[in-house]
Design a protein around this ligand. Structure first.
Ligand code: ATP
Length: 860
């Protein structure tokens, strides 16, 4: 169930200044006592003698509980009674001995760590380990701040017991006491590495499979133990350093190392080194084999050949970058998957000729780098030689950072991951229980390896064919007692597992080291032959052919160097930091060489300068390692093909360069053309806009002029009309209308106001006719005007148009043509008139009647 945010515990972050200081203080207090012979002896004895107590305790125990899941009950005194009585050394410390005071100092375990804090050259005695048992160490994480701790560690006894807290002391019971091969409570990882991992690394380099894994509840320090930090390197970086130190210290053998890095996330295996893919997209890895003690094959897993510390670090960095981590309620950076860093080591004995080949000249006195002449019979003896090869030792070292068991978190996704993690840890616990039980009772009960990817992958190791070391990490806080108890019970169970690791040393022509060696020999033979023929051939060849010949020999030489670089020897591995950049060994110049040979050397040196980086070498090697991609190393045809491919690759690169340059030139020409076109387009638009504006301005000017003219004319006509009206009314009042009627041929009856009535009648008739014309005109108007200006007229004018005689009506017709502007019909709702039409309909009103609207609709 999701917990509420208020209840969310603060994730443990002891890397803060404070907790680091606590831990340092702790270690400084604990490193004070000098090692005593008695302690040394006791420690060594522990490594020799398997802890039978644990395996006996295992008998009759129920299924293992997953650390982190609440333990159903505290260990009972029944279990304790089987363990025998508590060590007298513990008694005075019960129940309140502080972890810090009772910790085992790493110096007391009798290990020389000279120069090893940051992985300097390691020349220390390897502690004796009982090779048929799992090496079990416990690491107690420093307490978080002032949190009370619940565990005590008896110095020198490799025993940890539950003491409880001052307010809730634990009952002194043998069930609360656990003894292991080593218990570490101090912060530095060096002592832990020396006891828990160094023997495994040495065994691995000697041909045994080896597994080191960290197990414990979330935030208890597994990743800190395995990976560590820059200041405090963990087991993995230390192991890598030790591997190279081992090679440096073993001149009689040559080695080939390959690395892979995977994680098991939600029961799916992902390759953490898959190129250019995030962990989420990386293609899955499948487990094959592993049954009946056979080897496990991880199909689809990428293995990279590594030749230096730096190249391994790069692989680690890449893999760690792809690992799934997330902040949880308990750990700011919690591993959400089990991660497995694997190193495969192939090694074989070097022949005498190979051992000092740097000093051995070839038959023609020439010193070709890496060319050591004919092989002398070497390792493997005549019998193996007769079989066509020498024996190769192959071993695998797996360094595993398990995800921590945990309770449901406040986050749905984290809870889902947690379920997968807990399930696989539970399966691991069950497998370990069954194995321990089988070992104790001499049974061969079914072991459910297949119930999880983790156990399936570990099957060969857990079933005995590996040297196994487990570091169980515990959080000493009183609040985590049940989880710590669960972890310690797991540690106790795994101690009961029986191991029987065997070296794998066979004549293996498929071993990569063997294939490379063969290819190198073949290439050297061909190079030698060419060199011997060179003086004769040179006379026959044209200048062009001579260049080609030099190039072909240069290619052969550089290929030999590439392959030689992959095979590690005590001379070729550097002495430490930055060794990856150092040439394998300085090339001596033989001044007795002919100019032709010197030319070859020069060419070779140039090609070497241009040679690919370590990364490319690794990629190529990985490619070669895949059976379908491997060409027969001894086939001259394939070498020729390689040469042609390389040549074509070079031509392609050159052409690409030309194309890029061409595109770059064209791109600028294209950009220029596009810019000009866009400019032209915008210029045209600008011109059009300017024309429109000019038209509008002209139109507006014209309008103003017309209106002024109209105004003047209107005033003048009004004057005339008033004068005429006055005259007519005077005329009527004098009765002169009759006179005129009498003089007309038609008899007109006198009537009061006759002239003005006649005038009115005529005017009405004219208005009716005018309205009819306007209606007809409006029906014919169907299209919108294209004038840039739209004008809405006051609708009230439509009535006025009818009510007042048009002034234009009274204008001389020749002047009408000067008035040529349009009005928008749309705003009139069909009743309005185009001004031109109004004019033609003789219905133009006064300027005030037009009511030019302030919302002239001018198109943008
Ligand atoms: N021995 C130690 N000394 C100092 N700090 C430690 C030690 N062990 C763990 N820590 C710190 O405790 C925190 C949690 O440790 P870490 O991430 O290694 O736990 P974890 O067991 O790997 O957790 P998860 O299972 O969630 O991944 C880290 O900040 C780490 O630096």
């Amino acid at each position: 169930m999701a917990s509420t945010p208020a209840k969310r515990p603060t994730p443990f972050t002891p890397r803060s200044t404070r907790s680091t200081a606590v831990a340092r203080d702790m270690s400084s207090r604990l490193t004070a006592p000098a090692p005593t012979p008695a302690l040394l002896a006791s420690t060594h004895k522990k490594y020799k003698a398997p802890l039978s107590i644990e395996s006996r305790t295992r008998k009759g125990s129920a299924l293992p509980s997953v650390p982190g899941s609440p333990s159903k009950s505290r260990p009972t005194s029944r279990a304790g009674s089987r363990m025998g009585t508590a060590s007298p050394a513990l008694t005075p410390m019960f129940p309140q001995q502080d972890v810090e005071q009772s910790v085992v100092d790493f110096q007391s375990v009798g290990i020389d760590l000279t120069g090893d804090e940051h992985g300097g050259d390691v020349v220390v005695p390897i502690p004796e380990v009982s090779v048929d048992k799992v090496m079990v160490s416990v690491r107690v994480r420093p307490p978080a701040g002032n949190t009370p701790t619940a565990w005590s560690v008896a110095p020198g006894d490799n025993t940890i017991h539950l003491s409880g807290t001052p307010t809730a002391p634990a009952a002194p019971s043998p069930a609360n006491k656990f003894t292991f091969d080593a218990i570490h409570t101090i912060q530095p990882t060096a002592p832990l590495y020396a006891t828990a991992a160094r023997p495994q690394v040495h065994a691995f380099m000697s041909g045994y499979n080896a597994v080191v894994f960290a197990y414990g509840q979330t935030a208890s320090g597994k990743t800190y133990t395995l990976s560590g930090s820059d200041e405090q390197p963990g087991i993995i970086p230390r192991a890598i350093r030790e591997i190279f130190a081992f090679i440096r210290a073993t001149p009689s053998r040559e080695y080939l190392l390959r690395c892979s890095y995977l994680e098991i996330y939600n029961e799916a295996i992902h390759d953490l080194l898959a190129p250019s893919l995030g962990a989420g997209q990386a293609k899955g890895v499948e487990i094959q084999g592993g049954g009946a003690g056979g080897e496990v094959i991880l199909s689809g897993l990428r293995e990279e050949v590594v030749t230096s510390l730096a190249s391994v670090r790069e692989v680690l960095r890449r893999g760690e970058g792809n690992r799934r981590t997330a902040s949880t309620d308990w750990n700011e950076r919690s591993s959400r998957s089990h991660s497995v860093f694997r190193v495969v080591c192939e090694s074989r004995e070097r022949s005498n000729g190979e051992e000092d080949r740097s000093a051995t000249p070839t038959t023609n006195g020439r010193h070709t780098p890496g060319l050591g002449g004919r092989q002398t019979p070497g390792a493997g003896g005549p019998r193996l030689q007769a079989k066509g090869g020498r024996s190769v030792q192959t071993s695998v070292l797996s360094l595993i950072d398990l995800a921590g068991s945990e309770k449901a978190t406040s986050d749905k996704e984290r809870t889902k991951e947690g379920r997968y993690i807990n399930t696989s840890l539970l399966t691991l616990g069950t497998v370990i229980s069954t194995l321990a039980e089988n070992a104790a009772k001499g049974k061969s009960d079914h072991v459910p390896y297949r119930n999880s990817k983790l156990t399936r992958m570990l099957q060969p190791s857990l079933s005995g064919n590996a040297r196994v070391s487990v570091v169980c990490t515990i959080n000493p806080d009183a609040s985590a007692v049940s989880e710590s108890m669960s972890t310690l019970q797991f540690a106790r169970r795994i101690k009961g597992v029986q191991l029987n690791a065997q070296k794998k040393e066979i004549v293996d022509t498929d071993a990569l080291i063997e294939r490379y060696r063969k290819e190198i020999e073949d290439l050297k033979r061909r190079l030698e032959e060419r060199e011997q023929e060179a003086p004769v051939r040179k006379r026959r060849l044209s200048a062009r052919e001579q260049i080609d010949e030099s190039k072909a020999m240069g290619d052969l030489n550089s290929r030999i160097k590439q392959l030689t670089k992959l095979i590690l020897t005590s001379q070729s591995v550097g002495s430490g930091e930055g060794d990856e950049d150092r040439p394998a060994s300085p090339v001596k110049i033989d001044f007795d060489m002919s100019p032709y040979q010197l030319q070859q050397e020069l060419l070779t040196a140039k090609l070497q300068l241009e040679s690919q980086s370590n990364q490319i070498l690794s990629l190529e090697a990985t490619l070669l390692a895949q059976p379908e991609a491997v060409a027969s190393p001894s086939s001259g045809e394939d070498v020729e093909k390689d040469r042609v491919i390389a040549e074509q690759g070079r031509v392609i690169r050159e052409l690409e360069g030309v194309v890029r340059a061409y595109e770059a030139d064209n791109a600028s020409a294209n950009a220029q053309a596009i810019r000009e076109e866009v400019e032209r387009e915008w210029q045209a638009k600008l011109d059009a806009e300017r024309r429109v504006v000019a038209e509008k301005e002209a139109w507006a000017g014209e309008l103003v002029r017309q209106l002024e003219k109209e105004k003047k004319m209107r005033l003048q006509l009004e004057e005339e009309r008033r004068a005429l009206a006055a005259f007519v009314s005077k005329f009527d009042s004098l009765g002169l209308g009759l006179l005129s009627a009498a003089s007309s041929p038609v008899k007109v009856m006198p009537s009061p106001g006759g002239a003005s009535a006649t005038f009115n009648t005529r005017r009405e008739a004219r208005q009716q006719q005018q309205q009819m014309t306007m209606q007809n005109t409006s029906e014919t108007v169907t299209s919108r005007d294209s004038s840039p200006i739209r004008m809405s007229l006051d609708l009230s004018m439509t009535g006025k148009l009818g009510a007042h005689p048009s002034l234009l009506e009274q204008m001389p017709e020749e002047e009408w043509a000067e008035v040529s502007f349009d009005a928008d019909l749309g705003g009139w709702g069909g009743q309005g008139k185009n001004l031109g039409q109004v004019a033609s309909g003789k219905s133009m009103g006064s300027p005030s009647v037009f009511g030019l609207s302030s919302k002239e609709n001018v198109p943008a």
